[in-house]
Every structure is written in structure tokens, then in C-alpha cells.
Design a protein around this ligand. Structure first.
Ligand SMILES: *Cc1c(COP(=O)(O)O)cnc(C)c1O
Length: 258
């Protein structure tokens, strides 16, 4: 991302090149550190490093940062706020082969937006949301707005607090069946966020157990998305296939986000 054309594409003028170079150096260094953390956690867990995917979480950061990460070879980006994400997707149409992963809470009336650009949604936690996505993705496929089914990860709740999102473990099998009924949705796995104030290792162990049971009934649901900036080692020890990392890669977000 040091060429004049990409700098110009970001619309940055005087002093922009220096700023882009500094940010590129920062993101490069953070990526190196993160890759080392993931590799070390894999060694401790006796796993191959290529069994864990790093999903950069770019919410609250500008499209120019995504262009820099793209220049560093990243092709998948996690976003959690529909409107912000839709705007960035539109701004970055010129980047080929990007996979946008929607990881945040999704309102049903936003399903039709996400259906146009998301490769996957990580936060499906109700029949009603599954139905909204089914309808929206079917329409997007018919309109030629997308070419493939939507990959779906079910978000499971590890506490009893329904306001934090996630399906209760007891309701997981029925929701998985609901996804399987849809030709537009593809059951890809599970996602969870440990409740605040709990021991992440214990929560990830429970999650791994739930994932094992889901896999027994749905062998293609291989993804287990667990682990963020502060707890990715524990998640990798318990079988995570995808760590979602914001802060440790991008820096602190301007405000606390859902
Ligand atoms: C923001 C967010 C992350 C990244 O969290 P960090 O602690 O900044 O790494 C991961 N998953 C979800 C669902 C998020 O909303």
C-alpha cells in the first residue's frame, strides 16, 4: 500500500503518505505479534497453526485501514455494525475477493442489507433471525446480488442473560435443524463470547463440548469461532478455529462497542 495510486484512492492529501506509511508499519507489526501469539498457542495446544484462522475485526476503523490490511494480504474482515459495514463494503468495492464476515448483533430488518454482501453471519441466535436471513439471501441470490449461500454460525449463550444475545444451549439442536432446512443458508459452526467476569478457559471448555455435540449431528459445522484479543490463547487451547481480533490488531476503539 505504498503506491501513489492506492494513497490517492484513500483520498488523503498533504502529509497523507507519511501517515499511511506509519499506519502500515503499525498494522504490520501488530499482525506479526498476533501471528506469533497464535502460533505459540497452537504449539502449546499441539495444533497446527493453519487450523486457526485470524479474523481481523475492523469495526470503528476506517476503510483506509482495511485497504492497508488488504495490501498486507488479508482478505477477510469482521464487522459488527450493519450500517457502518454496509458503507465500508460500498467504499471498498474495488478490492477483489474480500470476504466480509458479520459478527455482531443483527436486527431482522437489517437482514436484507447484510444478505447482499456478507460471506457469513456469526450471530444467528433465533428462528426469527434465521427466517429473515433465509428470505433475504434467497432474494439476493435470485436478484444476482450474491452467488453463494450464506454461511451461518450459531451464536450460543454461555450465560442465562438473553439481552446479550445467543441461543440457549438447549435450543441449539432445533436452530441447527432450522438452518439445514434452508437452501440459502449453510450451517458452518458455532460462535460465543464468554460472559464478563467468568474464567474464559472454563467457558471455552463448555463451548467445545457443545460444539462436539453439534458436530455429531452436523459434521459440516466445523467452525468454532472463539477467542478475542484478551483470551485467544485459552480459546485455541479449547479448539477454536477462528479468533476474532480487534484491539490487539487495530488499537483501542474510540468507544466501547457491543
Ligand atoms: C469487537 C468484537 C470482537 C473483537 O474484540 P477485541 O477484544 O477488540 O479483540 C470480537 N467479536 C465480536 C463479536 C466483537 O463484536
Amino acid at each position: 500500500m505504498t503506491s501513489e495510486s492506492s494513497t490517492a484512492a484513500m483520498g488523503i492529501e498533504t502529509g497523507g503518505e507519511t501517515r499511511v506509511t506509519a499506519r502500515t508499519a503499525e498494522l504490520t507489526a501488530n499482525l506479526t505479534t498476533l501471528t506469533e501469539r497464535i502460533d505459540a498457542a497452537c504449539r502449546v495446544a499441539g495444533r497446527e497453526p493453519d487450523t486457526v484462522r485470524l479474523l481481523p475485526v475492523t469495526k470503528f476503523f476506517p476503510a483506509s485501514d482495511i485497504e492497508i490490511l488488504y495490501g498486507l494480504g488479508r482478505r477477510e474482515f469482521g464487522e459488527s455494525r450493519e450500517q457502518e459495514a454496509s458503507e465500508k463494503v460500498a467504499q471498498l468495492r474495488h478490492l477483489a475477493h474480500v470476504r466480509w464476515e458479520f459478527i455482531g448483533r443483527l436486527q431482522r430488518n437489517k437482514a436484507k442489507h447484510v444478505a447482499r454482501w456478507a460471506n457469513a453471519v456469526y450471530s444467528v441466535d433465533s428462528d426469527r433471525l434465521a427466517t429473515a436471513l433465509d428470505t433475504a439471501v434467497t432474494a439476493a441470490l435470485e436478484a444476482g446480488d450474491r452467488a453463494t449461500p450464506l454461511r451461518v454460525l450459531l451464536q450460543v449463550s454461555l450465560d442465562a442473560d438473553p439481552t446479550r444475545g445467543g441461543v440457549a444451549p438447549d435450543d441449539l439442536p432445533a436452530l441447527a435443524e432450522r438452518i439445514e432446512e434452508s437452501a440459502s443458508l449453510q450451517l458452518a459452526g458455532l460462535m460465543a463470547i464468554p460472559p464478563l467476569g467468568t474464567d474464559p478457559a472454563a467457558e471455552f471448555a463448555r463451548l467445545a463440548d457443545l460444539h462436539g455435540r453439534l458436530l455429531a449431528a452436523h459434521p459440516q459445522a466445523r467452525e468454532l469461532s472463539a477467542g478475542m484479543s484478551n483470551d485467544l490463547e485459552a480459546a485455541i487451547a479449547h479448539g477454536s478455529t477462528c479468533v476474532r481480533v480487534g484491539t490487539a490488531l487495530m488499537g483501542a476503539r474510540p468507544i466501547t462497542s457491543p
